[in-house]
Ligand binder design. Structure first.
Ligand code: 0A1
Ligand code: ZN
Length: 889
């Protein structure tokens, strides 16, 4: 257990360090029980510092020796720091020896063992769990690393940079020496010592330079590395093409590990990945998995410039690298998707993620600015706000300066800051300075409120058509609700991309009063005051406004569109994002009316006809149809309500699903038949979309059949499940059976487990599918409790813990929020149990209760009680304490 030290760290307290560490020589004698670390540093006093005391961070270490310029010196260890005084005036060598115990490291931060190998995770503060150091990102050093280990058990020895030496040692051991020429912060250090094999490929970059790309996995997994390698090659090419950024190393390695807290880590030249984001073949991984691998491989690769070459001055600037790199990986996937429609599908996916995770965060007790002001445990701030809202902030900059202008800004950013540790302000300044005439440059200080103010702004829109004058007046106003610690908000700079759709479905020319000519049929208005009016002239017919196209800002739009307006947009909007949005709004209006009303939803002909038209539409892509026909999720619906009754939401949404299943039965049959795969499996956007629509159709067909108790479709689904040629189809069919509570679900689940019992990532899917099944009479919750004692279940493996516990608590509101409070009791027990093993993971799970204050009784009181129970526990990690304290505040 990592016990809390409970000191709040504040952004305003930032001060440069008293010393710099210029170079480090590390030697590791690797042993799972006790690893010996020798750490020789070249240290230099910072002439501007106010103190001469050197304080090095260290956690769970056993210190053996401290030498300054080869002589032993006096030292003390206090508050997890090694304190040295009376040091030489300018520069000196500091040599430390310590041990640590990788085998005991269940937190998976620092040096740990997994499946008999050694791996590291140093972001954010894991390096201090390996040796004493100035473990902060503004201290950048050149690393030389020697690894010594048993040759038979650990044939592969890797670290950052280039391999400079290797050879045998006595007693069956061997060694490898690595040198990374680029100065880096300690969080980017990595080592791996394990029995692994690799797929490798030489590539020649556009610059002409040759690189060796390697993907390391366990011996049985080599047949699952092709997609990751393709994604890596595509990433290298994309960064050269789009931003002129090339790979700066001869060798670039990816290593997959099955015990990992997050998705992956961008260590310089040696990315370490959760197996989930590397391993895929058609038989074991779905289309969604393939897409996840493409974006995470891209993400980590892109960090090499945005994060590694230019890094963060302090952890408050985390979004400098994360927001920007998420933006880059999203653009990468869109560019690879190709067609405008496939790009829109990716954009819709990203916005759904933002709304599902970031909007609730911004409305709850953990709300924080993209650049936070304080924290207790930095690991708690790897959030949807820092990552996904941070990416939206970067995207808004691009919208304000244009795509070319943004690329110019990036170039200037690297010219100014390559090799430095900088701030979010530095980034925004570079983009603005490269675009002096832009709206961003004019309003830069105000724009930066996106970094400092938390909360999701609400934009209200009202349009007025004057038929006589042929004018259309659009009134926009903004307001941002208070968040913890920020009661008053100043107006944001909000780019509003818009078009006007004529009742005859034509896009209308957009000319503001005072302009000489229309500026096309789509443009970006900049809302920067609390309220503004925009008057368009030459509008010949009453338009329907299509606002915030492509989701041009991370805001909640409050407009006055009628059902008829939404139907017009769904049928005719030139912007595919808003077309989808109109369909979602139509569904949401019906769901909310029933939830707030008598709880009965009676589906109307207009909605059904509109959905029928979408399914049968000759020109729309299958992927897009699937998105339109997927109803808003229960958590998203909950976010639209003042007071939340999760059981009622579930009942109303299920009733709508069932009515859609019946009303569109013929359409589902048709869609199922005509979108079947032809030929072999490929995870491209078109085939992915077809498979998604087939699976959705099958789910509706099984649902309708279950109610009427006709076995035809469940039988077909079972057959499809058995015969499927790929995991996407197999899991789709299985999920249709499970989702309809078919009698065939149990035998299918059993068969699935028997088929894939040796594939850990597929067993995760098996757990997750059961944990997220639509609740019916408490069966799902009961099943999860039983599965906790399944021989394959363990809380120690993060993927497995997430597949069951996190899946239930976050993704199955109706199974989790029970009137008897059993879900909350389960949650509290798991949080405490996990906190003793892995505080980071425990703290993530703790956040399942973020929105408890929104709940109706009896949920609310029971939830508070469960959180209080966790908070009352004496020995909590800082990570969990921070979450529960904020929740109760
Ligand atoms: N920087 C990585 C993600 C990451 C963050 C924190 C970690 O430990 C607390 C581990 C990985 C990324 O953005 O991909
Ligand atoms: Zn990242």
């Amino acid at each position: 257990m990592r016990e809390g030290t409970a000191t709040v760290i504040r952004r305003e307290d930032y001060a440069a360090p008293a010393y710099w560490i210029r170079s480090v020589e590390l030697t590791f004698d690797l042993d799972p029980v006790k690893t010996l670390v020798t750490n020789r540093m070249q240290v230099e006093r910072n002439p501007h510092a106010t103190t001469q005391t050197l304080r090095l961070d260290g956690e769970d270490l056993n210190l053996l020796r401290v030498l300054v310029n080869g002589e032993s010196v006096s030292f003390r260890v206090e508050n997890q720091q090694l304190v040295l005084e009376n040091l030489p005036a300018e520069s000196f060598t500091l040599e430390l020896r310590n041990t640590c115990s990788p085998e005991k490291n269940t937190q998976l931060s620092g040096l740990y063992t997994s499946s008999g190998g050694f791996f590291t995770q140093c972001e954010a503060q894991g390096f201090r769990r390996i040796t004493y150091f100035l473990d902060r990102p503004d201290v950048m050093a050149v690393y030389t690393v020697t690894l010594k280990a048993d040759r038979a058990k650990y044939p592969v020895l890797l670290s950052n940079g280039n391999l400079v030496e290797q050879g045998p040692l006595d007693n069956g051991k061997h060694y490898a020496k690595w040198h990374d020429p680029f100065p880096k912060p300690s969080y980017l250090f990595a080592l791996v010592a394990a029995k692994l094999v690799c797929r490798e490929q030489k590539i020649r970059a556009a610059s002409g330079r040759e690189h060796l790309l390697q993907v390391y996995v366990r011996a049985g997994d080599l047949d699952k590395t092709e997609h990751a390698m393709h994604s890596l090659i595509a990433s290298v090419a994309w960064d050269e093409r789009r931003f002129g950024l090339s790979l700066d190393l001869d060798r670039f390695m990816i290593v997959a590990v099955s015990d990992f807290n997050m998705g992956a880590m961008e260590n310089k030249g040696l990315n370490i990945f959760n197996t989930k984001y590397v391993l895929a073949n058609p038989a074991t991984a779905t289309d969604v998995d393939h897409a996840g691998i493409e974006s995470v491989v891209g993400h980590e690769y892109f960090h090499n410039w945005t994060g590694n070459r230019v890094t963060c001055r302090d952890w408050f600037q985390l979004s400098l690298k994360e927001g920007l790199t998420v933006f880059r990986d999203q653009e990468f996937s869109q560019d690879l998707a190709g067609t405008p429609s496939a790009r829109a599908v990716k954009r819709i996916d990203d916005v759904r993620t933002l709304r599902q995770h970031q909007f609730p965060e911004d409305a709850g007790p953990m709300a924080h600015p993209v650049r936070p002001d304080s924290y207790l445990a930095i690991d708690n701030f790897y959030t949807a706000t820092v990552y996904d809202k941070g990416a939206e902030v970067v995207r808004m900059m691009q919208t304000l300066v244009g795509r070319d202008g943004f690329a110019r800004g990036m170039t200037l950013y690297f010219e100014r800051h390559d090799g430095q540790a900088v701030t979010c302000d530095d980034f925004a300044q570079a983009i603005a300075d490269a675009n002096p005439g832009s709206a961003l440059a004019h309003k830069l200080e105000q724009f930066k409120r996106w970094y400092s103010q938390a909360g999701t702004p609400r934009v209200a829109a009202r349009g007025l058509y004057n038929a006589e004058m042929r004018t259309y007046t659009l009134e926009l106003s903004q307001h941002c609700p208070p968040t913890p610690g920020q009661s008053e908000k100043q107006p944001f700079v909000i780019p509003v991309a818009l078009g006007l759709v004529g009742r005859n479905a034509q896009p209308l020319p957009l000319q503001l009063v005072g302009e000489n000519a229309p500026a096309g049929t789509e443009r970006v208005l900049v809302l920067s005051e609390a309220a503004q009016r925009f008057e368009f002239t030459g509008i010949e017919v009453e338009p329907v406004p299509s606002l915030l196209r492509g989701f041009s800002a991370p805001v909640i739009l409050e407009d006055t569109l009628s059902d008829a307006d939404l139907l017009t947009l769904l049928a005719h909007d030139a912007d595919p994002f808003n077309r989808w949005e109109a369909g979602q709004r139509l569904a949401l209006n019906r769901l909310l009316a029933a939830i707030k009303g008598d709880g009965v939803l009676q589906l109307d002909g207009a909605y059904v006809d509109a959905m029928r038209a979408v399914i049968r539409h000759p020109a729309l892509d299958a992927a897009f149809k699937e998105l339109v026909l997927t109803l808003p999720g229960e958590s998203y619906i909950a976010e639209q309500l003042e007071e939340v009754d999760p059981q009622r939401i579930h009942a109303v949404r299920e009733s709508m699903r069932l009515q859609l299943a019946h009303a569109l039965h013929a359409e589902w049959e048709w869609a199922y038949e005509v979108h079947q795969d032809q030929g072999g499996y490929s995870p491209d956007p078109v085939s992915t979309g077809r498979r998604a629509l087939v699976s959705l159709s099958l789910a509706y067909l099984c649902l309708a059949a279950a109610e009427k108790q006709v076995p035809l479709w469940p039988g077909k689904a079972y057959q499809r499940f058995k015969d499927a040629g790929n995991m996407t189809d197999r899991l789709g069919a299985l999920s249709a059976l499970v989702g309809a509570h078919s009698e065939l679900a149990a035998p299918a689940l059993e068969r699935f487990h028997a088929m894939f019992r040796d594939e850990a990532l597929v067993v995760d899917k098996w757990f997750a599918l059961q944990a997220t099944a639509p609740e019916k009479g408490g069966r799902v919750f009961a099943r999860v409790k039983t599965l906790m004692s399944h021989p394959d279940f363990s809380l120690r493996n993060p993927n497995r813990a997430r597949s069951l516990v996190t899946a239930l608590c976050f993704s199955n509101p109706a199974a989790f929020h029970r009137t008897d409070a059993a879900g909350y009791v389960f949650w509290a027990e798991r949080v405490l149990e996990l906190d003793a093993i892995n505080p980071q993971l425990a703290a993530r799970l703790a956040r399942a209760m973020d929105r408890w204050k929104q709940l109706a009784e009896p949920y609310r009181s029971a939830a508070r009680e469960a959180i209080a129970r966790v908070a009352a526990k004496g020995e909590l990690s800082d990570d969990v304490r921070e979450i529960v304290t904020r929740a109760l505040a």
